[in-house]
Every structure is written in C-alpha cells, then in structure tokens.
Design a protein around this ligand. Structure first.
Ligand code: FE
Length: 337
C-alpha cells in the first residue's frame, strides 16, 4: 500500500478514535417517569452500558408529569413517558402527548392486550389485582371471582381500597368492557351492600385483614409480595380470581414516546430495551411485578409463592382509559367511596 494512503488511513483512524467518545457522550434520551428512582435507575444504567446512550430522567407523580408535558408542548425535552396503570397512559395519549411508533421487536415482546392498538404506549410489566384472604378464617374453596365477593356471606367481611385510586377505576372500567355496564353496576352494588371497610392503600388493607377488620379484599399482588419478603408468616394468601371465566384483572406499568420527542430513535431503543430480558428480569425481581414479555419467566420468588400459570384477562387495556369516566360515575352512583 502506498505510504500516502497508509498515512491518510492512520490520520483517519486517529480522528475517529478522538471523535468517537465525544460523539457517544452526546447520545442521550430524556425520560419523565412516575416510577421511582430506585426502580428505574438500575434498568437505565443497564441500558447505558449496552448502548452508550445516557438516560436523563425526572421523576414525579403522573398527574404532575402530564401537566408539565401539556405546558411544555413542543418545547419539551422529554422523549419518553413511563408511568403505571393503563388509565394514566391512556390519559396522556388522550391529551395528545404521545406519538404512535412502529417496532417489530415491541410487536414481538409485548402482547396485544398490554399495548395501545395504534402503538401509542406499551406495557412493560404486569400488575395483577386479585383477591386476598385470611389464611385461618377463609378457605380458598369459598372464593371464585370478583363478582362473588358480593355474595351475602361476605357481609361485614370485605375490605376495599378507595374508589378514588386509579387501580380500582381501571378494574371497574375493564369490568364494564367485559360484562357491560348494567352487570358491572350490579356487581359493584353487591360489594357495597356488603358494607366494606374502605382503605386508602393496599398495604393498610392487608394489615386490616390481619387485624380482623375483614377477611377478604382486593389488592395488587406486589403489595402482598413486599410484606411476605419481610415476613414469610404473614397470615394472608392470594387467590387468583376468575380463573373459570375472564381471568384475573391485570394492569401494567408502561411507556410511550412523547409526541414532540427530540430523540425519537433513542426513545424507541430505550422502550425496546425495557421489553427485553435484562430489564424484564429487573422489574420482576426488584418490584415483584410480572414480566409483560411472555417469553420471560417471573422472578423465582413469585413462582414459589403463587406459581406462574394463572389465567390473565386478555381484554385490551385501552378500555381501562376509554371506560374510566363511566367507571367513576358508576362507583359514585352505588356509593362506593
Ligand atoms: Fe402500587
């Protein structure tokens, strides 16, 4: 090879060598997340190690993030919104804050029921909301479905979380989708006829069962998981609801690309990464949620406690947002506080 070419190649190589780190250092993606630092940071760090793309993020309550995105409009620096509950993701979409994206990998990793039909958002982890009961005072054979919690035998024995929480709005919204509104109203009215104690959060509800305030309730499974991790003898068990019918109600944590994202490609790369093995395992191990990606087994602890083959409601979760207003009005109508 002529000397001049070798020299040029050497200079070019040096140039690339000098340039490369700074080019990578400028690759970023900005996230607004309602999921807490402790949960998302390990996943973001793993993404940076794999891709060289740095993740800058802001955490706040979902309502605050949505207001902020509305105010910032096209000047926003955010590329990705991460939040819990399909109801919240649907709200962000409805406010015009998200854009549809297409990704073969996400189509493969995220089941249809866990994403928005036009790909405005994707489920990243599954949060099952099911029945819990006191080990000594209730036999699992007495339980079957959400609907059956309205039976007279549960009068004065039922605890519910407040209807103000989005988890319950979404549960009822999904019931409206599968049962229709009149039948759903009958079910929720039968719960209220049983004079349930109402709690502000799932953890206090679980403790109320132990304290004898009630015998059964409905919670997100990871709250029971967190307690069991600390206290394996906690005398409350989980029952997978509606296994002979619709399947247990599942919701998600999920993500969407911001409409005015400045780094759309990186945003998509991040969401794709979050749907893959490494991130899915972190979600399941750290927060005791179920992987959204059906090819990835849940954390061994979850399998030990509750097995891995439970029937999940496969109705598309967009209905949690679409029917949310009707759900709220219905709960008000029947006096569910
Ligand atoms: Fe929660």
């Amino acid at each position: 090879m002529p000397t001049i070419i070798i020299k040029s190649l050497t200079i070019a190589a040096c140039f690339i060598f000098i340039l490369t780190p700074s080019v990578f250092a400028e690759e970023t993606v900005h996230v607004y997340s309602s999921r807490i630092d402790q949960l998302i940071k390990p996943v973001f760090d793993a993404f940076t190690v794999k891709t060289g793309i740095k993740v800058k993020y802001t955490t706040a309550k979902e309502a605050e993030l949505i207001e902020r995105l509305k105010a910032e409009g096209k000047f926003t620096q955010a590329d990705v919104l991460i939040t819990v509950d399909a109801g919240n993701l649907w709200l962000a979409q409805n406010e015009g804050l998200l854009q549809p994206v297409s990704s073969k990998l996400l189509d493969h990793n995220v089941p249809f029921s866990l994403k928005e039909k036009q790909n405005h958002w994707f489920g990243l982890s599954i949060r099952a909301r099911t029945i819990v009961y006191h080990n000594k005072r209730v036999k699992p054979s007495e339980l079957s479905s959400y609907e059956a919690l309205g039976e007279a035998k549960w009068k004065g024995r039922l605890c519910l979380r407040t209807s103000k929480k989005v988890y319950n709005k979404s549960l009822v919204a999904m019931m409206i989708e599968s049962l229709g509104e009149p039948k759903t109203e009958k079910v929720i009215r039968s719960w209220i006829d049983n004079q349930p104690e109402i709690y502000s959060n799932d953890t206090s509800l679980l403790k109320a069962i132990v304290a004898g305030k009630c015998d059964v309730g409905i919670v997100n499974t990871y709250y029971l998981g967190r307690i069991l991790k600390e206290d394996p003898d906690f005398p409350v068990s989980l029952f997978w609801a509606n296994q002979d019918s619709s399947g247990v109600h599942v919701n998600i944590s999920g993500a969407g690309v911001i409409k005015f994202a400045k780094r759309k490609e990186n945003a998509l790369k991040l969401i794709e990464f979050l749907s893959g093995t490494e991130a899915q395992n972190l979600f399941s191990d750290d927060n005791l949620e179920y992987p959204a990606n059906p090819n990835i087994p849940p954390s061994p602890l979850l399998v030990k406690w509750w097995g891995k083959n439970f029937k999940k409601d496969s109705t598309n979760l967009s209905a949690a947002g679409k029917n949310q207003k009707r759900a709220v009005m219905l709960m008000n109508r029947v006096g569910y506080k």
